[in-house]
Design a protein around this ligand. Structure first.
Ligand SMILES: C[S@@+](CC[C@H](N)C(=O)[O-])C[C@H]1O[C@@H](n2cnc3c(N)ncnc32)[C@H](O)[C@@H]1O
Length: 280
């Protein structure tokens, strides 16, 4: 993990009810692209490590015989289970509340394991080695994130942009100048360089799969507020009793930025990096 920072269970405390509504979706077509690249045929098993409210696991669940989502935040797992129930996927999904560091937990072998915007929060060498052992020979590890190198479109947007610099300044005014995470601070952010970690674990890759984004998405003020509260750096627990004041000020800021209450953002592209476990 990041130097001097220690993981604790408050990392996403209070974020779960805001997550699915607040976060931008992965690029449309991602599930089809992964299904093609991984030759998914409705059999096999998927392990989604740090699954959150089931964002990726639920997108892919009908392409596997069984999907196991694991997350360290109990409320995230509960959200995922509720959505699975509501969408008819409960029968082929299983949700585990545990830290990735506790794996393998007797969960058996998997054809595909995924880390979707979650690996940077983990003891990476330990977790990568364990998850490699949980893959069947020839199985694939998928590291998923927003496509950061996507060329930025300059086409006009139908609504005002989300006033991100002003939101960031408001968060800093409430939580201090240094990025918060759980009970600690992350002045230099989370670690990168995960390719070296996967290679050290003996996985073969990388194979990059890009699904472009770019089209404008419309966001309501409620969705923007939920997006802010879904982040580890501005999760509800960090505000303590100041949460209602923060939310009131955030909503006033959003009203000032867009009197219509509508905002435009660009759909982020998605980048999946595939790492294969050798056949022998
Ligand atoms: C940014 S969210 C990503 C959620 C989901 N995978 C997605 O793509 O939207 C990161 C998730 O990783 C989980 N997480 C963080 N550290 C973890 C750990 N050590 N073990 C398991 N899950 C962890 C958090 O609770 C959170 O739900």
């Amino acid at each position: 993990m990041a130097d001097g920072w220690e993981w604790d269970a408050t990392l996403f405390a209070g974020a779960a009810p805001h997550y699915a509504r607040g976060r931008l979706p992965y690029a449309p077509g991602l599930a089809d692209e992964l299904a093609r690249a991984l030759r998914l045929d409705g059999t096999g098993r998927l392990l989604d490590v740090g699954c959150g409210p089931g964002t990726l696991a639920l997108e892919l669940a009908d392409r596997f015989a069984e999907t196991v989502g694991l997350d360290a935040d109990a409320d995230m797992v509960a959200e995922a289970a509720r959505t699975a129930e509501r969408t008819g996927l409960a029968g082929r999904t299983r949700w585990v509340h545990a830290r990735a560091e506790q794996l393998p937990l007797g969960l058996g072998l998997f054809d595909v394991a995924a880390f979707a915007q979650s690996f940077h929060w983990m003891e990476r060498d330990q977790v990568a080695a364990t998850v490699r052992d949980m893959l069947r020979p020839g199985g694939v590890l998928v590291h998923l994130s927003d496509w950061k190198a996507e060329p930025r479109s300059t086409d006009p947007l139908p609504h005002r942009p989300v006033p991100q610099p002003a939101i960031d300044a408001l968060v800093r005014r409430h939580l201090g100048p240094v990025r918060r995470a759980g009970r600690g601070v992350l002045p230099h952010g989370t670690p990168g360089g995960e390719s070296l970690v996967y290679a050290r674990a003996g996985l073969i890759g990388p194979e990059q799969l890009i699904v472009p984004g770019g089209r404008p998405l419309e966001r309501s003020a409620d969705e923007v507020v939920a997006g802010v509260l879904s982040l580890s750096s501005s999760a509800p627990h960090l505000f303590g009793t100041g949460l209602p004041t923060f939310e009131t000020e955030l909503r006033a800021l959003l009203r000032g930025a867009s009197p219509s209450g509508r905002f435009s953002v660009r759909q982020p592209g998605s980048e999946a990096v595939l790492w294969r476990k050798p056949e022998r």
